[in-house]
Design a protein around this ligand. Sequence first.
Ligand SMILES: Nc1nc2c(c(=O)[nH]1)N[C@H]1C(S)=C(S)[C@@H](COP(=O)(O)OP(=O)(O)OC[C@H]3O[C@@H](n4cnc5c(=O)[nH]c(N)nc54)[C@H](O)[C@@H]3O)O[C@H]1N2
Ligand SMILES: Nc1nc2c(c(=O)[nH]1)N[C@H]1C(S)=C(S)[C@@H](COP(=O)(O)OP(=O)(O)OC[C@H]3O[C@@H](n4cnc5c(=O)[nH]c(N)nc54)[C@H](O)[C@@H]3O)O[C@H]1N2
Ligand code: SF4
Ligand SMILES: [Mo]
Length: 668
Amino acid sequence: MTESLRPPDVFPSACPLDCPDACSLEVRVADGRVVKVDGDHRNPVTGGYICAKVRRVPEHLYGPDRLLHPARRVGPKGEGRFERISWDEALGLAAERMREARERFGGESVLPLCYGGSNGLLTQDTTDARLFHRLGASKLARTVCAAPSGRAAIGLYGKMAGVAYPDFPKAKLIVLWGANPSASGIHLVPYIQEAQKAGAKLVVIDPRRTPLAKKADLHLAPRPGSDLAIALAAIHWFFETGRADLAFLAQHATGVEELRKRAEGWTFERAARVSGVPAGEIERFVHLYAESSPALIRTGWGMERNRNGGSAIAAALALPAVAGKFGVRGGGYTMSNSGIWGIDQAPAMAEPPPATRTINMNRMGRTLLEADPPVRVLFVYNCNPLITLPSQEKVRQGLAREDLFTVVFDQVWTDTARWADLVLPATHFLEHSELVRGYGSYVLHQAQPVVQAAGEARSNAEVFAALIERLGLTRPGDPSTAEELTSALLRRFERIRGELDRDGLALPDLGGAPVQFVDAFPQTPDRKIHLVPEALDRESERGLYVFLDDPGAGRLALISPAGSRRLNSTLGQLERGPAALEIHPEDAGVREIASGDVVRVWNEHGEVRVAARLNPDLRPGVVYLPKGLWSHNTLSGTTANALAPDTLTDIGKGACFNDARVEIDKIS
Ligand SMILES: Nc1nc2c(c(=O)[nH]1)N[C@H]1C(S)=C(S)[C@@H](COP(=O)(O)OP(=O)(O)OC[C@H]3O[C@@H](n4cnc5c(=O)[nH]c(N)nc54)[C@H](O)[C@@H]3O)O[C@H]1N2
Ligand SMILES: Nc1nc2c(c(=O)[nH]1)N[C@H]1C(S)=C(S)[C@@H](COP(=O)(O)OP(=O)(O)OC[C@H]3O[C@@H](n4cnc5c(=O)[nH]c(N)nc54)[C@H](O)[C@@H]3O)O[C@H]1N2
Ligand code: SF4
Ligand SMILES: [Mo]
């Protein structure tokens, strides 16, 4: 057989998975199949290498879990018995169920459920939105990630561009705050190492001693959800000691006096009591920050996933303004840079959303069980809700409802797909066209398919356009093909379009390395920093910067940040081995737990049975299970989200995954 194989062809592509880096890829194809995926140098931050998980994409494409054709449920819900049907039948069935639900119960009885972090600009908020808008379906608030951070950043600065990776080595101090790039965005790591080699200090604020915390000059390990106290103590110190940059604030900020007042009383000692970080360490951090320039804060998403998340991010972002750290290359902050492209998907959707109800995806379980009018058709795509949303048991019960018709449109047999009534096979990004935008690296890629779709898989654009047609909702001039959607999205962006057509890659208008307050400014209406934005203050129940106590003092705090083997739950079908709950030796000791023992982790929301692994790098009182585990990774089939509450963050209505508080018993 091997003689008949043609030599591999090499094609460029780009990784749209929900990772800041947006690597440019080099894909080897032989006999019409992807055989190898690696990095190339077109995106300057990629540096010719990619993460280990994406190197496994050929197994994802051609493995036994790949969805190859449409299928209809034949056994009881959740049992996972399906029969193959044709696309014609499948589209007919999906269209019929949506039409029927709309006629009998109103358009709002249909709910699209998607997140789309792992998608580029063509496969989310385009034809899909057009279908659900025209149906008059319920709208979804896509709040599972980045909602509080995004609200805080936009409230304080508008969509101001952040410090670019290649400028990190210019910093003399880097603060990694709730970010673990060693797992969650590996291309930042060499820039941090380069900065350290050039003499920069590194501070890591994280309840775990992460790989970079081990190499840091200072590691603060706060109780999850207590960063707000540390940030307020820093702000308080700058004002109280006369170190705040009042001249800069007078020129560029509003709400200065109000912020000062809200930070009042937050001494290092008070912050220490709340966060569990010794006052002397907080003081050392604040002094280092005051004395260093350029000083750079990189906020991650680990800080937002709790009751205080929005205020904590806002306070961390206020710090560079208060301390006068802008205006120099390598100084300021960086968070997400996705907003700076200004590309808006509205032209590809064709019309604005209807005035229907909005459902918060972090309350999906509750919604499926309690919403009035009830959801009758749930259309899941670009998302694996049974694994990734809080209150897993409620989500499962919702999916088990006999009177709910669930469509799951995905690339592989996810845990959610097993609960579907109808399963539709989706193409992978190497099989369809995509526009890929980094949110860490400043780059936009245009990627063409490098292979034919496996089996009968179809792209989002094709499937949603076909459903629009079947439902009689097509309007003349609808952009539908990838080419038409690209043209609609980039209508106002001639330069970018030209560069994409020529090179497959473009940089933003600002170029690849803006300096904050030299060539990147707040995008708020008055171009100022709003230190206490009124809208956020109103939104937050007790007001912005008001600290809410730990939801379960005395119990263990379960956190579930990113691990390195999956991207959220994506690629999880390839990780069959058992997971382990990580626990500090002190917490294990009092419960007589040793590594390898099976434990029951439980609270009022559910339980997980899994083996324990002792890890001295955790803060005592904190236990860890990575996000994105599949049911096959634990003994109970449940994962961290079985223990996560569906409470919401102070602003942005985000998920409070890391507010899970648990008890742990040894089983065997
Ligand atoms: N390999 C891999 N990479 C990924 C992902 C993945 O699943 N796998 N997910 C992608 C996505 S969607 C996102 S949003 C990003 C997220 O990537 P990050 O921004 O790195 O966020 P997290 O992984 O949630 O958490 C980062 C760190 O915050 C710590 N942390 C948890 N709670 C707190 C807290 O209250 N305060 C502080 N200071 N730290 C806390 C955690 O211990 C963790 O080390 O990563 C992206 N990259
Ligand atoms: N406990 C806990 N849970 C978490 C988090 C946490 O910190 N702790 N973090 C959260 C975060 S940061 C995020 S971003 C969310 C992510 O939550 P999800 O968006 O649900 O993330 P994924 O698990 O990657 O699911 C994406 C799914 O879309 C499919 N897909 C990809 N491309 C396409 C396509 O073109 N078409 C179609 N039809 N399908 C496609 C993939 O195969 C995959 O199954 O999870 C959250 N869940
Ligand atoms: S997941 Fe991130 S590091 Fe891995 S290939 Fe994609 S963009 Fe690169
Ligand atoms: Mo995310």
